[in-house]
Ligand binder design. Structure first.
Ligand SMILES: *Cc1c(COP(=O)(O)O)cnc(C)c1O
Length: 392
């Protein structure tokens, strides 16, 4: 825990129970700079905004990344609020015709097209507006995938164009007016922790695109290899080995046709997870049926990530010594289950985690809370107040 974070939590202790997300923008900036500085030629790092679209984060990121990947009209508005000309990639599995039209009016750099019908909608909107829409076709690869990535990639999902439908969609992309087919989009997995597996995956994309070029007689200019670089929530000290990945990348890019001018990454989690902490005060400590519970101000309605991924989220205890000596102060040692303020047994942030001591009035700091935390949560269930958002 950084001193700055501890300071800002301690300043609040003793007032209304602490409940806040704190985002360390210097840490974010350093992390993202270190990543983009080691990208080889042709590679560009976009930020997938769905991981966290808070305005101060976007403003910190805008000068550091190649642009934003957005997946809705709302995200497009947030990108444009930050900058009128930041490059925007427009994705998302179910775009409405009016979103497509607005994206074109707003001058997005490219659209990632997910079906034959969507391709027709983009063509119609571009024709109406008298512009040319640059598109990538998002393909849901049939596999087989390299063995290291098999567990996550290649399952049925609603995303992208089935590989067997690709010939027809490529033909349509060439025939329809208002379109310029620049290449393919191949985001296939999530939260990958292995640099070697990720290199194998990107190499696989390169071979796949080369094969399609031969099959369809195409010249591909852009390949989007997606996001999916992960965070190990069970062992957050074991970070994805970015330096190893960056060292391997030039060799892997040799699998891509030489005329591919741009290989786009669009990472969310890996860029922003680390800069966020979720700090919540322990309201009560009790034992029920042999299990020790710490009940906090906050919970899964503000931080749904651990329940969504079915993990115990890592946290540390910040001891707060102030306490009214006239009232009993419950405490627990050993395994403790951290739960929130909702009236449902599913409101669990961490289960049976050994602690040396946790007392009512202490503050728990959940680390790696910057991605898919507040963003994915059902904030208004039970109408508790929202947490404070601190950008420091
Ligand atoms: C969610 C998503 C991303 C970002 O994924 P991360 O795992 O956060 O890196 C990138 N591209 C697409 C199409 C996505 O849906």
């Amino acid at each position: 825990m950084s001193e700055r974070l501890e300071d800002l939590v301690r300043k609040r202790a003793g007032g209304e129970p602490v409940c806040l997300f704190a985002y360390d923008l210097d840490r974010l900036t350093d992390h993202v700079r270190a990543i983009t500085a080691t990208l080889p030629p042709r590679c560009r790092m976009f930020y997938a905004m769905k991981a966290n679209s808070a305005d101060p984060l976007l403003r910190a990121l805008a000068p550091l990344v190649a642009g934003f990947e957005v997946a809705s009209g709302g995200e497009l508005d947030k990108a444009r609020a930050v900058s009128g000309n930041v490059p925007v990639l427009f994705g998302g599995p179910a775009k409405t015709p009016s979103e497509i039209e607005r994206a074109l009016e707003q001058g997005v750099l490219r659209l990632h097209v997910e079906s034959a019908l969507e391709l027709h909608r983009v063509s119609a909107a571009a024709t109406r507006l008298g512009v040319t829409a640059e598109v990538l076709l998002r393909v849901n690869l049939a596999g087989p995938f390299p063995s290291a990535t098999l567990a996550m990639a290649g399952r049925p999902t609603q995303f992208g164009i089935a590989e067997e439908d690709l010939p027809g969609v490529v033909e349509a992309a060439r025939a329809l007016p208002g379109l310029r087919l620049s290449g393919f989009h191949l985001h296939s997995l999530s939260n990958n922790l292995s640099a070697d597996a990720h290199l194998e995956l990107v190499a696989h994309y390169g071979r796949t695109v080369s094969a399609w070029e031969r099959e369809f007689g195409l010249r591909c200019e852009v390949v989007n290899v997606g996001g999916g670089i992960g965070v190990d929530y069970a062992r957050p000290d074991r970070r994805f080995d970015w330096p190893r990945f960056a060292r391997g990348l030039p060799g892997v890019l040799a699998e891509f046709p030489a005329h591919v001018r741009e290989v786009d990454f669009e990472c969310g989690r890996y860029l922003v997870a680390e800069c966020g902490n979720y700090a919540v005060e322990v309201l009560d400590v009790k034992r029920n049926h042999g299990v020790q519970y710490a009940l906090v101000r906050g919970g899964t309605h503000q931080f749904r990530l651990p329940s969504s991924w079915q993990h115990s989220h890592p946290f540390t205890v910040l001891p707060v010594d102030e306490w009214d000596s006239a009232v009993p102060r419950p405490q627990a040692e050993g395994p403790v289950t951290v739960v929130g303020e909702l009236c449902t047994p599913k409101d669990v942030l961490a289960r049976d985690v050994p602690v040396s001591r946790v007392r009512a009035g202490d503050v728990l700091i959940f680390s790696h809370a910057g991605a898919y935390g507040w963003e994915i949560s059902h904030h208004d269930f039970l109408s508790h107040p929202h947490p404070e958002m601190v950008f420091h």
